[in-house]
Design a protein around this ligand. Structure first.
Ligand SMILES: [Zn+2]
Length: 221
């Protein structure tokens, strides 16, 4: 199997890019309990991808998150107010920080367009998966639509996407996350009894998140 993004030999099926499609969306109100129930058909196309392109696409997604987060952090820190003259302060410093806040966005565009001559990154961006013949055929012949929003592998119908290989690194990551989750839980109890219930609330959310991630990083199968 050839990698759709670069033409090299594709690796483990776990590296495949899973494209989620849906059709026949039917939203109905259930009669007794006021609850909107939405049903639809789901289809998954696995686009072959090599390990290198998989990693490159993860970098691309991470760069996108940073590209969005940096300007928000800049505005939240008050830099924008200084730059626009709303608050007093050095406009020159604010302008330098504004430039720095835009660097991740440039990086993201560069990665997407494969301008960086790095062998670590994928030569074609993630959305190129949508041009795969199997995806195009479903879209054109059977009226399937792209599923909106994030669609992680555990959201696919059972058995359609191969689970991640249970490598030593993943197991270690799972254990570290579980340990962090346990530490967070202990901290929650301590902080709560010291009377800081707001911080305890935040910590309990972090605990739940860490245990959730640990369960994903350490597959039992
Ligand atoms: Zn590839």
């Amino acid at each position: 199997m050839e990698c759709w993004f670069c033409g090299r030999t594709a690796g483990h099926r776990w590296h495949d890019r899973a494209v989620g499609l849906h059709k026949g969306v039917d939203t109905s109100l259930t009669p007794w309990i006021v609850l909107i129930r939405t049903t639809w058909q789901r289809e998954v196309v696995l686009v072959p991808r090599c390990a290198r392109c998989h990693r490159g696409h993860l970098v691309e997604q991470l760069a996108m998150v940073l590209a969005l987060a940096a300007p928000i952090a800049y505005a939240a820190s008050g830099g924008l107010d200084v730059l626009l003259g709303i608050n007093p302060g050095s406009k020159a410093v604010a302008a330098v920080w504004a430039g720095a806040a835009l660097v991740p966005a440039l990086g993201w565009v560069a990665i997407r367009q494969a301008w960086l001559p790095l062998d670590l990154l994928a030569p074609r961006r993630l959305r190129y998966a949508r041009r795969h013949p199997a995806v195009v055929r479903l879209r054109e012949e059977d009226d399937w639509r792209f599923r909106p929003g994030p669609f992680p592998y555990w959201g696919f119908p059972e058995g359609t996407v191969p689970p991640p290989p249970s490598t030593g690194a993943r197991r270690t990551a799972g254990r570290v996350l579980a340990l962090l989750g346990f530490t967070c839980f202990v901290a929650t109890v301590v902080v709560y009894f010291r009377g800081n219930s707001e911080l305890a609330g935040g910590l309990i959310v972090a605990t739940a998140g860490l245990f959730y991630l640990a369960s994903k990083a350490d597959p039992k199968a």
